[in-house]
Design a protein around this ligand. Structure first.
Ligand code: GLP
Length: 243
């Protein structure tokens, strides 16, 4: 695992964007695994800027996102599809038909989960997966559990996640209670992982995930077992990591 200490949020965002940009430059038809949350917004801003200036070309790339709230459609402004469109897709020259997010409106969880896994396989797998981390150690929406979930599946969100994510909604009551998420197995099959972390509030979970025991109670700790992981974090997030 490579741990890169960035100077601050902006520096973390630029460094992560450079890695994603290099991936697309080296392999224009890359499949990029993308993430939502406030952490990747700065990274997406950089990619959009470099695409606008002509330095980056996404015309042959495809994207697959980690997760989506169950019950929300693409036009719902709280859906992760809407978020991705706002912060990235609409600002770069990607073919919209090659941008994929689990379909939150699908009523049959097993069917939608299977479809998403098959889609990723049919694209040839994920070349690089961008990850954030939740305060409870979740990646995607893989919440602390007694085992590592394998493939894409439907999850019940924990109270901690509902509480953390209510800032995007009018109230906690409006946060969906379930979501579709790539499983830990799906994430670990990506050829490369790129995790970005910012802020002091993530210091404890960063230390647990990067240096603690690998356990499904801290889902992000599984990345210690991936052969090609880069973590870019600011000094506050890394403050409890012993190096
Ligand atoms: C959500 C997403 C995760 C993300 C996490 C952290 O729950 N499902 O993929 O990593 O939030 O978000 P933030 O970057 O806002 O702290």
């Amino acid at each position: 695992m490579r741990i890169i200490e960035a100077k601050d949020y902006q520096d973390m965002s630029r460094k992560a964007a450079h890695i994603l940009a290099a991936q697309v430059t080296l392999k224009p038809e890359s499949v990029l695994g993308l993430a939502t949350g406030s952490t990747p917004i700065g990274t997406y801003d950089c990619l959009a800027e470099w695409c606008k200036s002509g330095d980056l070309d996404f015309s042959k790339a495809a994207t697959v996102n980690l997760d989506e709230y169950r019950g929300l459609d693409h036009d719902n402004d709280q859906s992760y599809y809407y978020f991705m469109n706002k912060h990235l897709y609409s600002r770069i020259n990607i073919d919209p038909s090659r941008t994929h997010v689990p379909d939150g409106t699908q009523p049959d969880p097993a069917k939608e989960s299977r479809r998403y896994e098959e889609l990723i396989r049919s694209l040839g797998g994920v070349d690089i997966q961008l990850l954030g981390i939740g305060h409870d150690g979740h990646i995607g929406f893989n919440e602390p559990n007694s085992f590592f979930d394998g493939d894409t599946h439907c999850v019940d969100l924990t109270e901690m996640t509902i509480e953390a994510n209510k800032r995007f909604f009018a109230s906690a009551d409006e946060v969906p209670r379930q979501a579709y998420t790539m499983g830990i197995g799906t994430i670990m099959r990506a050829r490369k992982l790129l995790m970005i972390i910012s802020g002091e509030d993530k210091a404890d979970i960063t230390a647990a995930a990067l240096c603690g025991e690998v356990t499904p109670q801290v889902p992000a700790s599984i990345i210690q077992f991936h052969p090609d992981v880069t973590v870019i974090a600011d000094p506050a997030a890394l403050s409890k990591v012993k190096r």
